[in-house]
Design a protein. Structure first.
Length: 398
């Protein structure tokens, strides 16, 4: 069975074609700068990498490019579209309706359109990808995998905001959480690697440009750090994470900025970038901090401290913790961050092994001591594979 996984952002499309017998990746790549000058596609297949420029005005033409390159003689890996058995789409917001991945039908699309209000920046490009695939490969089944779905198992006392209840009933304002496919993948993979039962209490730290922590008990997410939107929780590349909402109204008054200005301040100019004034990129920050830049050092301390607090909070929420997983660009690659975040967690039973941790990048590895009661482990995430697996399961069932 061959499955293509599509992830449409506002000006990009990432794709990966899997042969589920394996599973192996037959091809992967991305279209960038859609609708802008200088759009291009980066494609990788059969160990060959290529970048092709083209005028890609919208998601539909982007997907046409992707399909075209997949069957091209020079760079392709399939001879005909009929070889594609199904399409899996990443969808950012599934609202309260989608608790797992689903076969995309007209009814599902209508519900997704409704959820667009909750994610006005993310869901429209996801939907564009779905519409484009539907028209280009009309007979191929499509599946939607939602970033929010895994966290639908949170109890109400964890997902409700302490604001008037009518705002929940009127507008579905509550915490949803994101990165669900990643938290699910790494928590399931942790059980596989460690040979443990689902009863484990796992804290998964997805640390990338966007970052979130989840508490996973009995295989279910019981809490996560992001909320109605991906701004809540950890200090991120450019997002502020948890903050007194009073700060925002105060800044709006003092700086005389409007709703869109404050939105941009919280999402694009805060976090590691805002504090350091150097960069949102962890590698650049670590270099600046080593060179003595005090604000870069402060930003890093804040990032590590906030993540550590969440680990403590989620251990309390679950009545303990058995495993802490690190994933995402920072979690997988920054040994300093993993060390700093877990510093002082011996009281929880986590004994970190600095030697095992040192220099590890992008590989599955236990980084706690053999004697540690709590296991700390690095697991590179693979959201695309998870989406492909869900797609295969759903298509086979239907
Ligand atoms: P996104 O949320 O955009 O998917 P990623 O998961 O790719 O983000 O993570 C990007 C982050 O990972 C950046 O801050 C980057 O600096 C960091 N990162 C990648 N490689 C390393 C490394 N070797 N050391 C430290 N940080 C790294």
């Amino acid at each position: 069975m061959k499955i293509i996984v599509i992830n449409c952002g506002s000006s990009s499309i990432k794709y990966q074609l899997f042969d589920m017998n394996g599973p192996i990746t037959l091809a992967k790549g991305g279209v960038e700068k859609i609708g802008l000058n200088g759009s291009f596609i980066k494609h990788e297949s059969n160990g060959q990498k290529v970048t092709l420029e083209g005028e890609i005005i919208d998601h539909r033409s982007g997907i046409e490019y992707v399909l075209g390159i997949l069957i091209s003689k020079e760079y392709g890996c399939i001879s005909d579209f009929s070889e594609i058995d199904a399409v899996g789409h990443r969808v950012v917001h599934g609202g309260e309706k989608f608790k797992s991945s689903v076969l995309i039908t007209d009814e599902v699309i209508a519900i997704m359109e409704e959820s667009t209000q909750l994610a006005p920046l993310h869901n429209p490009p996801n939907l564009s990808g779905i519409y484009a695939m539907k028209s280009l490969l009309p007979d191929v089944p499509q599946v939607g995998a939602f970033d929010t779905a895994f966290h639908q198992s949170m109890p109400d006392y964890a997902y409700m905001y302490a604001i008037p209840h009518s705002l929940y009933t009127k507008y579905a304002i509550r915490r949803y959480g994101f990165h669900g496919t990643s938290h699910r993948y790494v928590s399931e993979r942790a059980l596989e690697i460690l040979g443990k039962e689902r009863t484990q209490k796992i804290i998964t730290c997805h640390l990338g440009n966007g970052a979130s922590v989840a508490a996973v008990m009995d295989g279910k997410s019981v809490d996560t750090s992001m909320g109605l939107t991906p701004v809540e929780g950890l200090v991120m590349g450019t997002r502020c994470g948890d903050i007194d909402p009073g700060v925002m109204t105060y800044v709006m008054d003092r700086e005389d900025i409007n709703r869109s200005g404050i939105n941009s301040l919280m999402n694009k100019h805060s976090g590691l970038l805002g504090v350091s004034g150097v960069s949102s990129d962890m590698r650049e920050l670590e270099t600046a901090a080593q060179q003595g830049n005090e604000r870069a050092q402060l930003a890093l301390q804040m990032f590590h401290y906030r993540a550590r607090k969440y680990i403590g909070a989620y251990a309390a929420a679950m009545g303990g913790v058995d495993t802490v997983v690190f994933t995402g660009g920072i979690g997988e690659n920054s040994d300093t961050s993993r060390y700093e975040i877990t510093k002082g967690l011996e009281f929880l039973g986590l004994e970190f092994d600095r030697e095992k941790n040192a220099g590890v990048r992008g590989q599955e590895k236990i980084i706690s001591t053999d004697a540690s009661r709590v296991t700390a482990i690095i697991i590179p995430t693979n959201e695309e594979l998870m989406i492909a697996r869900d797609t295969a399961t759903i298509v086979r069932k239907n």
